[in-house]
Design a binder for this molecule. Structure first.
Ligand SMILES: [Zn+2]
Length: 427
């Protein structure tokens, strides 16, 4: 039974039966460090954990505001939660949120309901995710999320920042239709997850062919992902990164991060590699965008196999479990996310066509593990062939990265605007 199962059972039983099952232990993983956080029963039912032990296991701390005040600050990374003993309300970044049960003191220690760890922290983009399958709370210190403005704040007048585009912009018509202030107010509620492919021991592809100095895919994807984050934030879209350093995030976790951040779309960045058996592998060039579906062609299968390889580096990946890919894809076929992902892929591909020196290899579909766990429109962009000398140069040039990021960010804005028109103005 999973911890969550055990917890659900505990919650049910505690309400009706006096015979309680043994208390579960929460496992916290921060980097390579694994720690057990003991739990106790909450006086109002349910499970609670000691706040300071939980915070420290996550690499954070609990600060007592003023002695005797009963007020505390629970800090993990840049996220701070204001707590008060006896209260079930938590204040984070100006927003007040309810917990399932109150914060309380017991034996001189502060306790918080377990839901603070398994639900609230992941939702706040605190760089924490809860994996119910493994009953594990994980900290990936590298995630950043732009602060959401309080919902009540009036839309601020927006200064439109036009990035220099290489081609004449056809956007003005669109801009007239969407008053900038109205547009910015709704876009500011949007969250995009930018996923830099590979990382840590997983270098991804290396190239280019015929050049002694090697560059790695993981390095290009990270610097490009940062450029993309900057471009999206410039357009007032909130960004969550799955990683901002050279570290390995499990493929399944990348989607989970997106789900727990309640993201509107998921964009995974990768660099393509030619098949060495091709006639002129070093000559292969171009960019392509994938969305999740069954691979149809040999080439789509090649790219999917290559990107799914990363699972090899996940030491605790459960390879014996039934592959959920088929099931989820069948499920997704009825899902509008699939259509939305296809539409997003088309817009991104169109955008890249305007600035990318290589040929467009089109919108494609394949079964990517990284996209499977993201329950939202999700695409994977291969921004070029790292095996090609010229494209390797192009993709590592900071100015070109900014230009390409900017065109992708424009495409994301267009996608979100169309989506909002479709659903009738969004929230
Ligand atoms: Zn890749």
């Amino acid at each position: 039974m999973t911890l969550l199962g055990a917890l659900a059972l505990t919650l049910q039983l505690s309400a009706v039966a006096p015979a309680l099952p043994p208390l579960p232990t929460l496992t916290v993983r921060a980097g390579a460090r694994l720690q057990s956080v003991p739990t106790i029963r909450h006086p109002d039912g349910g499970i609670a954990v000691r706040a300071d032990v939980l915070a420290e296991a996550l690499g954070g701390q609990v600060v007592t505001e003023a002695s005797g005040s009963g007020r505390y600050r629970f800090e993990v990374g840049t996220t701070g939660l204001d707590l008060e003993a006896g209260s079930a309300l938590v204040v984070a970044a100006g927003d007040t949120m309810p917990l399932r049960a109150g914060v309380f003191r017991n034996g001189g220690q502060l306790y918080v309901p377990l839901a603070l760890a398994t639900e609230l922290l992941p939702r706040l983009g605190a760089g924490v995710l809860f994996d119910p399958d493994k009953a594990e709370l994980r900290r990936f210190s590298t995630v950043t999320v732009a602060r959401r403005p309080p919902a009540t704040r009036a839309p601020q007048p927006r200064v439109r920042v036009d990035t220099p585009g290489p081609a004449t912009r056809t956007a003005p018509v669109d801009n007239v239709r969407n008053a900038p202030a109205a547009r910015s107010a709704s876009l500011r509620q949007r969250v995009v997850v930018v996923d830099a492919g590979h990382g840590g021991p997983d270098n991804g592809m290396s190239g280019p062919i015929g050049v002694p100095t090697k560059i790695y895919e993981k390095t290009i994807t990270l610097s490009f992902a940062k450029a993309l984050r900057a471009a999206l934030e410039q357009r007032e879209i909130q960004v969550v990164m799955t990683r901002t350093t050279d570290t390995l995030i499990a493929l399944g976790d990348r989607g989970r991060i997106a789900n727990q951040a309640k993201a509107d779309l998921f964009l995974s960045v990768h660099v393509n590699a030619a098949n060495p058996r091709w006639t002129n592998p070093g000559g292969a060039r171009g960019f392509e965008t994938y969305f999740l579906a069954e691979a149809k062609t040999e080439d789509e299968r090649r790219v999917a196999a290559m990107e799914n390889e990363a699972i090899r580096f996940e030491t605790d990946a459960d390879l014996t479990r039934d592959d959920p890919l088929g099931f989820i894809m069948r499920d997704m076929a009825q899902n509008e996310h699939l259509r939305e992902s296809g539409r997003l892929a088309e817009l991104l591909q169109l955008g890249m066509k305007r600035v990318h020196p290589g040929p467009s290899r089109g919108v494609k579909q394949a079964g990517f593990r990284v996209l499977v766990t993201a329950f939202m429109p999700a695409v994977l962009v291969e921004i070029g062939f790292g095996t090609n000398k010229l494209e390797a140069q192009y993709m590592t040039d900071a100015e070109r990265q900014r230009e390409l990021a900017s065109t992708l960010a424009d495409a994301v804005v267009r996608y979100l605007e169309q989506y909002e028109r479709k659903v009738g103005g969004g929230g």
